[in-house]
Design a binder for this molecule. Sequence first.
Ligand SMILES: [Zn+2]
Length: 69
Amino acid sequence: MKIKCPKCNESAVLSPDFSVVKCGHCNFDMSYGEYVKYIAHKDAKYSDILGDYTGSTEGETAGSLDEWD
Ligand SMILES: [Zn+2]
């Protein structure tokens, strides 16, 4: 799907499996998880997207990351 590129504000593409965000305008290329963190830091108004993302994967990535700490 098309989403707004956080770097150049042109239209970037989010892959159908929500794994990668790519922009052909500025060569932005990031995993969706990193993208969410990027825009969360960049603009607080995207925090609802961040909430949806963390809610759907809660208990999976967060737990495993803690174990490696
Ligand atoms: Zn871009």
